[in-house]
Write a protein that binds this ligand. Structure first.
Ligand SMILES: Nc1ncnc2c1ncn2[C@@H]1O[C@H](COP(=O)(O)OP(=O)(O)OP(=O)(O)O)[C@@H](O)[C@H]1O
Length: 255
C-alpha cells in the first residue's frame, strides 16, 4: 500500500467575499516530492499556499496536511502540526528590527523551550545551512543583498527542522546566477533532509532544476499535474504557450 500523501486537497473552494479564487481544486502531494506550482499571475497560487497552512479558511472541500484536517484540531494540536512545516513567504517577511540570527530564533522561541544558548547555536547552524556566512547572523535584513535576504528567510523556514517546506517565489528578483545557486541549495537541502517542498514559482529554470512534478493552477483549479515533459504534451493553450514559448524551450534545453 502506498503511503498517504503529505498534502491532500479535495474539491476545495476559496473565496474573498464574492470573488471566488479557487473552486473544485484537488491535489495530492506525496512525501519527499518537490512540486512546482505555476499558473497565470493572480491565478491563486499564493492563495492555495495560504489555504493549506490555515491562513485562509476554504469555503468548502477538504485540506489535509500530515493526514489531519486543520480546522478539526484543537489549538494545541494545530500548533504541533505547524511546527512540522516551514514557510518562506514571497517577500521574505523578515522582521526588519531583528538581526538575521534573531529572526531565525523567533520560531524556536515560539515553539520550543530550548535555552537561549542552544537557540543561538542552532540558529547559526541554520544560517550556514542556508549558505550564508556565519557573520550574517549579526546583520539586519536591510544590510543584506536580495539573494542573502532570501537565504536568511530560508534559514528561518528551516528553524524547526521541518518535514515540509513552502517556498513562495524563492528566486523572484534574483539575477540568474544567484537564482541558480538558490535552486541548487533547495535541491541539496531537499535531498539531505528528505523534505517535501511546495514551491510556487514563475521561474522555468527553477522548475527544470528542482521540481519532480509541476501543478498548473488556472481556471480556479488544477489544470494539470505532471513532469515537465508530460506537461509539454498537455493540450491546453496556456500550458502550451508557457512551455512552448522561447523561455520554456530554453529552460528545457538547459541553456
Ligand atoms: N487578502 C486578500 N483579499 C482579497 N483578495 C485577495 C487576497 N489575497 C489574494 N486575493 C486575490 O486572490 C487572487 C489570487 O491571488 P494570488 O496571490 O494567489 O495569485 P498568484 O497566482 O499567487 O499570483 P502571482 O503569480 O502574481 O503572485 C487575486 O485576484 C488576488 O487579488
Amino acid at each position: 500500500m502506498s503511503e498517504a500523501p503529505i498534502i491532500r486537497i479535495r474539491d476545495m473552494k476559496v473565496a474573498y467575499g464574492r470573488n471566488v479564487i479557487l473552486d473544485g481544486f484537488s491535489l495530492d502531494i506525496p512525501r519527499g516530492e518537490v512540486i512546482g506550482i505555476i499558473g497565470p499571475s493572480g491565478g491563486g497560487k499564493s492563495v492555495t499556499l495560504r489555504a493549506i497552512v490555515g491562513l485562509k479558511q476554504p469555503e468548502s472541500g477538504s485540506v489535509e496536511v500530515f493526514g489531519e484536517q486543520l480546522e478539526t484540531l484543537s489549538s494545541e494540536e494545530r500548533t504541533a502540526i505547524e511546527r512540522r512545516w516551514g514557510i518562506m513567504f514571497q517577500d521574505g517577511a523578515l522582521f526588519s528590527n531583528l538581526t538575521v540570527r534573531e529572526n531565525v530564533m523567533v520560531p524556536m522561541r515560539e515553539h520550543t523551550d530550548l535555552n537561549p544558548a542552544l537557540r543561538y547555536a542552532l540558529a547559526d547552524m541554520k544560517i550556514q545551512m542556508a549558505g550564508l556566512d556565519p557573520s550574517a547572523g549579526d546583520k539586519y535584513p536591510s544590510d543584506l543583498s536580495g539573494g542573502m535576504r532570501k537565504r536568511a528567510a530560508l534559514a528561518r523556514a528551516l528553524a524547526l527542522d521541518p518535514e515540509l517546506l513552502f517556498l513562495d517565489e524563492p528566486t523572484a528578483g534574483l539575477d540568474p546566477i544567484t537564482a541558480a545557486a538558490f535552486d541548487k541549495l533547495i535541491r541539496d537541502l531537499q535531498q539531505a533532509l528528505g523534505l517535501t517542498v511546495f514551491l510556487v514559482t514563475h521561474d522555468l529554470d527553477t522548475l527544470h532544476a528542482v521540481c519532480d512534478r509541476i501543478a498548473v493552477i488556472g481556471e480556479k483549479r488544477v489544470l494539470a499535474v505532471g513532469t515537465m515533459d508530460e506537461l509539454r504534451e498537455f493540450d491546453h493553450p496556456w500550458i502550451q504557450e508557457y512551455f512552448g514559448g522561447p523561455r520554456g524551450r530554453a529552460a528545457s534545453a538547459g541553456y
